[in-house]
Design a protein around this ligand. Structure first.
Ligand code: GDP
Ligand code: ZN
Length: 461
């Protein structure tokens, strides 16, 4: 494929002091040579691939020195985009980086569209679609764990599993085809059914395993939707504040989805919590009180985790019991706060109400018990939900939807086999599953989807 040369500021993950102007395309090196003055007049076009060079960026229009830089030259095809790539490492802050970018543009490059580098990597066959999407996830990753999931996906672990499944389906289809072509063997029909059944069940099992990881993957990506509830004055705001202050708040570029709800992201031992705070919570108001029982049930329904706060210094009230009733089918951690004050609460009754769910005692005022709470959150998240931490998580909603559809197609195939429908109908279902899985890695996708996906990127990736 033929592309022009693009440029953008591509700041590395973790926001160091260095900013990078990245160029990709046929003219990347010659454009860089127009504005770069290396030590001893060395030209970038003469240097070996994958080497770094010290020098200055000079404005060719007036000979002015703009920035002191390190320039990396990487020649096609062993680059991220499979094109010639030049990275100009600047350290002079935003202003000079912008000037360097402007110079690349006035000397022949075009400003890259959001996601265009990654799009080229995809179009040039360097990465598949699920890997490209992983780059989006990486940019948005909120914790190290979330980043690891994206990195694994970028390295192609999901793609590899999907490819293997598709291969299994393809081989099965081929096998069936052969059997159909040689019907002279007596038990061909039965053999074919048996083989189909075996393989279809295997594929369904693998898809189910992937889907099992989806919930956790979604949480790593989007945050564990957490709602703090409790009667007025029990310490909800104090809890929110200590969670936010004790833990690194995560800056997010995803706007809150609900109008009257504020979201704060914090990282609790690798678990990203999306603390959902109704506007009132900060004002000693209780969400249940403020928006009514029905509305709050709605908000609560979307929560992955409920933190139910009680007051150690007061007897349980009917409202407390009501709250337990409302969240009875959810993941709940019970927090008994104000342990610095004399006990008035009946802990036996609290245990009954908690019904086996974790209870943590805190004195938020004295900053006691927050560690225990964090531990309870991490334990809830990392045990029992998935078998191992290093599983390939499926976290992308497009992938999840496609996996569900593929599973449905496989199930249609299985019930077809059970019902003894003609083999060619079963083949249709299997082929459909094969196509749906292919959409995950981009083997069978439409161009509009590609454009839409890549437009989600930040600039410079
Ligand atoms: P909310 O109405 O549930 O949000 O409760 P707040 O967090 O606004 O707290 C209500 C009052 O209880 C405030 O005066 C807090 O300082 C106080 N408070 C919160 N936690 C504790 C605690 O552990 N011990 C004591 N003694 N007071 C607390
Ligand atoms: Zn409050």
């Amino acid at each position: 494929m033929e592309f022009d040369t693009i440029a953008a500021i591509s700041t590395p993950m973790g926001e160091g002091a260095i900013a990078i102007v990245r160029l990709s395309g046929e003219e990347a090196i010659s454009i860089a040579d127009r504005i770069f003055k290396g030590v001893g007049g060395k030209k970038l076009k003469d240097v070996p691939s994958h080497t770094i060079h010290y020098g200055h960026i000079i404005d060719p229009a007036n000979g002015q020195t703009v920035e002191e830089v390190m320039v990396t030259v990487m020649r096609a095809p062993k680059t991220f985009t499979r094109e010639d790539v030049v990275e100009i490492n600047c350290h002079g802050g935003l202003v000079s980086v912008n000037r360097v970018l402007q110079l690349t543009l006035t000397n022949g490059a075009r400003l890259a569209e959001p996601g265009e580098f990654t799009k080229r990597a995809f179009l040039n066959g360097r990465i598949d679609l699920s890997q490209a999407e992983a780059v989006i996830d990486l940019i948005r990753a909120k914790t190290d764990r979330a980043m690891n999931v994206a990195l694994q996906q970028m390295e192609g672990r999901l793609s590899k599993m999907i490819r293997e499944l598709r291969q299994t389906i393809l081989e099965t289809l081929a096998h069936v085809e052969v059997n159909i072509d040689y019907p002279e063997y007596d038990d061909v029909e039965e053999m074919t059914h048996q083989l189909l059944m075996e393989k279809a069940q295997y594929v369904r099992g693998q898809i189910e395993r992937l889907l099992q990881t989806a919930q956790q993957g979604k949480i790593l990506r989007e945050g564990l939707a957490t709602v703090i509830i409790g009667r007025p004055n029990v310490g909800k705001s104090s809890l929110l504040n200590s969670l936010v202050h004790e833990n690194k708040a995560i800056v997010t570029d995803i706007p809150g989805t609900t109008r009257d709800v504020i979201e704060e992201y914090v990282n609790v031992r690798g678990v990203p919590l999306k603390l959902i705070d109704t506007a009132g919570i900060r004002e000693t108001e209780d969400i249940v009180e403020r928006i009514g029982v029905e509305r709050s049930r709605q908000v609560l329904k979307e929560a992955d985790l409920i933190l139910l706060v009680l007051n150690f210094n007061e007897e349980l009230t009917k409202e407390d019991e009501q709250l337990f009733e409302i969240v009875k089918d959810m993941d709940v951690i019970v927090i008994v706060n104000k342990t610095d004050l004399p006990q008035k609460i009946n802990m036996e009754r609290v245990k009954e109400l908690a019904n086996g769910r974790p209870i943590v005692t805190t004195s938020l005022l004295k900053e006691k018990g927050i560690e225990d709470l964090e531990e309870a959150i991490a334990a809830l998240f990392f045990t029992g939900r998935v078998e191992a931490n290093d599983l390939t998580y499926v976290s992308n909603s497009r992938h999840i939807a496609l996996l569900h559809q593929a599973k449905k197609a496989i199930e249609d195939a299985i019930s077809g086999i059970e019902a003894g429908v003609p083999i060619d109908l079963v083949q249709i279902d299997l082929t459909r599953a094969w196509e749906l899985l292919g959409e995950i890695i981009g083997d069978t996708v439409h161009e509009s989807l590609i454009d839409q996906l890549f437009s989600q990127f930040c600039l410079g990736k």
